[in-house]
Design a protein around this ligand. Sequence first.
Ligand code: PTJ
Length: 244
Amino acid sequence: MNIPKSHPRFVSLQTREKLVKGFDNNLVAKEGLLAHGRGEAFDYLIGEKTLKSAKKAISAAAYTLQNAKSPVISVNGNFAALCAPEIIKLSRILGAKIEVNLFYGPESRKRAITKVLKKSGAKEVLGINPKSARRLKGIDSARRIVDKDGIYSADVVLVPLEDGDRTLALKKAKKKVITFDLNPLSRTAQTADITIVDNTTRAMKLLVVACKKKKVKRSYNNKKVLSESISEIKKNLQRRAKLA
Ligand code: PTJ
C-alpha cells in the first residue's frame, strides 16, 4: 500500500507491526492482540488523533503525577511493546517506579518485558521478585500479585489497557488511578480517577512533554471529560459521514 509516512493509517499499521513483533518476542499475550484490535476500532472512530478532551486529561494526569509521593507506572505486554522509550522517560522525569504487572502472567513473559525495559534504559523494574510480592485484595487474575515497594505502597498508579477489576481494587486500596483507554465506555475508563481516551502511542509522548512543564492545579471532573470525549467522537463521525 502506498500511504505517506505521516498519514495516521501508516502510523496505525506501524503500531500493529510492533504488536505482532511483541507477540513473536513473548512480550504480548494472544489476548493482547485482540485488545489491540478493539483499540484500533475505537481509534478509527476517534479519528486517529488526540481529542481536546484527552489533552485536558493529560494535563490533569501530569499534575497528579508531579504531585504524587510514590508514583508507579504499571507495565503490561502491549504497553511495553508500544511505549518502552516513553515509559523510561516518564519514570526518569517523575522519579516514578516501573512495575511489570500482567493479566495473563507466565513468569517468562514478565522476564521478557523486564529485559526490554532494561534495554531501553530502566535501572530497576519491579514485579519479578517473589520475595517482595504482596496480594492486592479483590482481584482474581495474576494482576493481584504486586510489589511491596511498588504498586502496593503507591499513592498514584498509571495503568494502561486495564481490566476493570484491578482499577476498582486499586481505588479500594485508596490509590489514584490514571488510565489510557481508547474506549470511553469501558469499566476501567468509567472507574479511573483520570481517563485519557487516546492511543498510548500518542498520549504517552504528550504526557512526557506535559510532565516536563510545571503544571498548575485546575479543577478536573473525569465524568465530565469522558462525556466531552463521547461528544467529540460523535461530532467527528457526523462530520466524516457528511464528507463521504
Ligand atoms: O496484562 P497482559 O499483558 O497480560 O494483557 C492484558 C490485556 C491487554 C490483554 C488485558 O488488559 C485486556 O484484556 O484488556 P481489555 O479488557 O481487552 O481492554 C483493553 C482496552 O484497551 C480496550 O478498551 C481497548 O479499546 C483499549 N486499547 C487497546 N489498545 C490501546 C487501548 N487503549 C489505548 N491505547 C492503545 N494502544
